[in-house]
Design a protein around this ligand. Structure first.
Ligand SMILES: [Zn+2]
Length: 476
């Protein structure tokens, strides 16, 4: 195959590895890898007659593509857990996920990891991208979360159980856990996801079970991660040697010390929880949920500030896939969350959003940094994210997305496409309809039917008349 060269000229390079930005810097890419960072001389650095693409990045920022290690492509912009776990057949759910994934890449997220989703749809998406059937970022994926009767994803009463369509698998015994991990390995996953208690107020797995799952996953060359909001499961997951951990909302000093020493990346994935509170009005979330989330966010602010001071390593996760965090819209806002909730600098947040996610992608030495020999997943941003991190999620600011050394192109209307899974709540109406509520003054309004007319007894006709009355309220 002929070699192709890509030259990004005169940009300000942020390397993703905490080095100060280099101004007026070129980046030369050969095929999928970066071969030079610095002043490039085409005469000597590029063979004569080679296939060369040049991109002018003067006045712009050149940095590694973002790595979002917590992105749920099968959730389909969900509003409720029922929607995620019950509705939309798998075939359609797969197509919807495939249609949404390009939006993620267009936002400058060149890698995602899906820590849990319906069926083996994640594996299908990953393979579809590899084979060029769909346009999307690099991807690694888990299958269904392993849970217990006390963990996240066992949402429904036992009479319903954890349905096959759910994002969870009920594994209440060690044997069930072993069985599920082995089946998922065969199904082609890259990682195992465990679901501890929803809010972290108790451990849903024992310490032994975590250790056993981690050891088996590693024996099968899989990575393993966990939804861990509480102190107990955080500490147990560190001790069990998990590869990266999600959330960490409540952590004691001892757990923080343990986590910092391990250098296991923590992806707080605070964006969803933050949006629950910040956009409570717009999303019409229930008051009790907003209040509880606000309390958790306050505790998270405290835990993560202490964790940052202790030297904990952070990575970027967003929980994209909910209606509150649509695909391709907010991913980089997690970097703003990391700055707000930990106290880190914008340079450190960028490292969290790039280099520190590389391990979850199975490419710890190849990804997330702009340096010679690394894979060329690069974004060019019209703005300075060190001065204002928000340029990374403002529409149109990420001007160029380069994946595997290739400049990507996208449909013009990509930001306005929202494709969601079906929601079929079998709804009869949400509000309680009492006489006092609907007839506020106690009197039945004059717009009611006159039942004494000649159409008396004709139910269908009465209904037609009622509908007409409702559509055209009587003129005052
Ligand atoms: Zn999640």
């Amino acid at each position: 195959m002929a070699e192709t060269y890509l030259l990004i000229e005169n940009g300000t390079v942020i390397d993703g590895d905490l080095n100060p930005p280099i101004e007026d810097c070129d980046v030369l890419v050969r095929n999928a890898r970066i071969i030079k960072v610095g002043k490039v001389d085409i005469e000597t650095d590029v063979p004569r007659g080679a296939d060369l693409t040049r991109v002018d990045a003067r006045g712009k920022t050149v940095m590694p593509g973002l790595i979002d290690i917590h992105c749920h492509m099968t959730y389909g912009l969900a509003r409720t857990e029922e929607e995620i776990s019950m509705y939309t057949p798998p075939e359609l759910r797969t197509l919807i996920a495939a249609a949404n994934i390009e939006k993620v890449l267009a936002a400058g997220v060149t890698s995602i990891s899906q820590p849990g989703g319906s069926y083996f749809i994640g594996v299908g998406l990953r393979e579809g991208i590899r084979r060029g059937l769909i346009h999307g970022p690099r991807m690694t994926t888990a299958g269904r979360y392993l849970t217990t009767s006390n963990g996240l994803t066992d949402w429904f009463p036992d009479s319903t159980g954890v349905p096959d369509s759910s994002t969870g698998r009920l594994t209440n015994t060690k044997d069930a856990m072993i069985d599920e991990i082995r089946r998922q390995k065969k199904g082609g996953v890259d990682l195992i996801k465990l679901a501890d208690s929803p809010f972290g107020d108790f451990q849903a797995f024992t310490d032994d079970e975590l250790k056993m799952c981690a050891d088996l996953a590693h024996q099968l060359n899989l990575k393993i991660t966990i939804h861990a909001r509480g102190d107990g499961e955080m500490n147990a997951a560190v001790n069990a040697g998990f590869d990266h951990i999600m959330h960490g909302n409540h952590m004691s000093e001892a757990t923080i010390e343990n986590l910092a020493k391990s250098q296991i990346p923590l992806a707080p994935t605070q964006l969803l929880m933050h949006h629950v509170v910040e956009f409570a009005e717009e999303s019409r979330a229930r008051h009790s949920i907003v209040e509880a989330t606000k309390r958790m966010n306050d505790a998270t602010m405290d835990s993560l500030h202490r964790a940052y001071k202790a030297g904990v390593k952070f990575a970027m996760g967003t929980d994209s896939g909910f209606a509150l965090v649509p695909y391709g819209q907010w991913h980089a806002r997690e970097l703003e969350m990391l700055m707000m909730y930990t106290g880190m600098s914008s340079l450190e947040a960028i490292q969290a959003g790039t280099k520190n996610g590389a391990n979850a992608m199975g490419l710890p030495d190849d990804l997330g940094v702009i340096a010679e020999g690394k894979l060329a997943d690069i974004i060019i941003v019209n703005g300075d994210p060190l001065k204002d991190i928000r340029v990374l999620y403002q529409p149109g600011k990420v001007e160029t997305v380069i994946l595997n050394g290739e400049v990507q192109s996208f449909p013009d209307d990509i930001r306005s496409r929202f494709i969601r899974n079906d929601y079929l709540p079998h709804e009869y109406g949400w509000e309680l309809i009492t006489y006092e509520r609907v007839y506020e003054g106690g009197e039945i309004p004059k717009t009611q039917l006159d039942w004494s007319g000649e159409q008396r007894g004709d139910v269908l006709n009465d209904l037609r008349k009622l509908t007409k009355l409702a559509a055209e309220p009587a003129a005052e």
